[in-house]
Design a protein around this ligand. Structure first.
Ligand code: INI
Length: 156
C-alpha cells in the first residue's frame, strides 16, 4: 500500500533572519503582540542578533514597509503587527482593506512569508482579548504561521 508524501514545516527558527514590522498606532495593544512574537521566536531557536524590529506609523504603511523588507532579500520571513479599531467613520474599512491586500501581494510578489498579525476589531475590548488575554495573542499566531510557512516553502 502506498502512502502520501507529507510536507510539513518544522517549528525551528534556528539560523533564520526575521523582521517584525509593528505600528505605533494603538501601541498599548501592538506592544503586546510584539512581545508575544519575539518570545515565540526566541523560544523556537531564533538568535536575537538575527531579529530586526521596525516601528512604523500605522497599519496603512504596513504593505510598503513589508514590501521593501521582502525586496531586500535580507529576511527569511516577516511578521506584520498592528491593530485597527473601528471608529465612527469608514476610515477603518479603508485601512484594513489596503493593509491586508498589500501584505498578501507582498508575499506573492516576493515569495517571502509574512505573518499577518493585524488585529481588525470593533472595540478596544476585542483588541485586548487578542493581545495576550482571552483569545490568545495574535502576535504569537502570526509568528508561528510565518515560521511554519518558511519551513514548508524550503521543501517545495
Ligand atoms: N492606523 C492603525 O494602525 N490603526 C488604526 O486604528 C487607525 N485608525 O483607526 O485610524 C490607523 N490609522 C492611521 C493609518 O494607518 C495611517 O498611519 C495614517 O492614515 C497615515 O497614512
Amino acid at each position: 500500500m502506498s502512502t502520501p508524501t507529507v510536507i510539513a514545516g518544522q517549528m525551528d527558527a534556528k539560523g533564520l533572519r526575521i523582521a517584525i514590522v509593528a505600528t505605533r498606532f494603538n501601541d498599548f495593544i501592538v506592544d503586546r503582540l510584539v512581545g508575544g512574537a519575539v518570545d515565540f521566536l526566541e523560544r523556537h531557536g531564533l538568535d536575537t542578533a538575527n531579529l530586526t524590529i521596525v516601528r512604523i506609523p500605522g497599519a496603512f504603511e504596513l504593505p510598503l514597509v513589508c514590501r521593501k523588507l521582502a525586496a531586500s532579500r535580507t529576511y527569511d520571513g516577516i511578521v506584520a503587527l498592528g491593530a485597527v479599531i473601528r471608529g465612527a467613520t469608514p476610515h477603518f474599512d479603508y485601512v484594513c482593506a489596503e493593509a491586508s491586500k498589500g501584505i498578501a501581494q507582498t508575499m506573492l510578489e516576493h515569495e517571502t512569508p509574512v505573518g499577518f498579525g493585524l488585529l481588525t476589531c470593533d472595540s478596544i475590548d476585542q483588541a485586548i482579548e487578542r493581545a495576550g488575554s482571552k483569545a490568545g495573542n495574535k502576535g504569537v499566531e502570526a509568528a508561528a504561521a510565518m515560521l511554519e510557512t518558511i519551513r514548508v516553502l524550503e521543501q517545495l
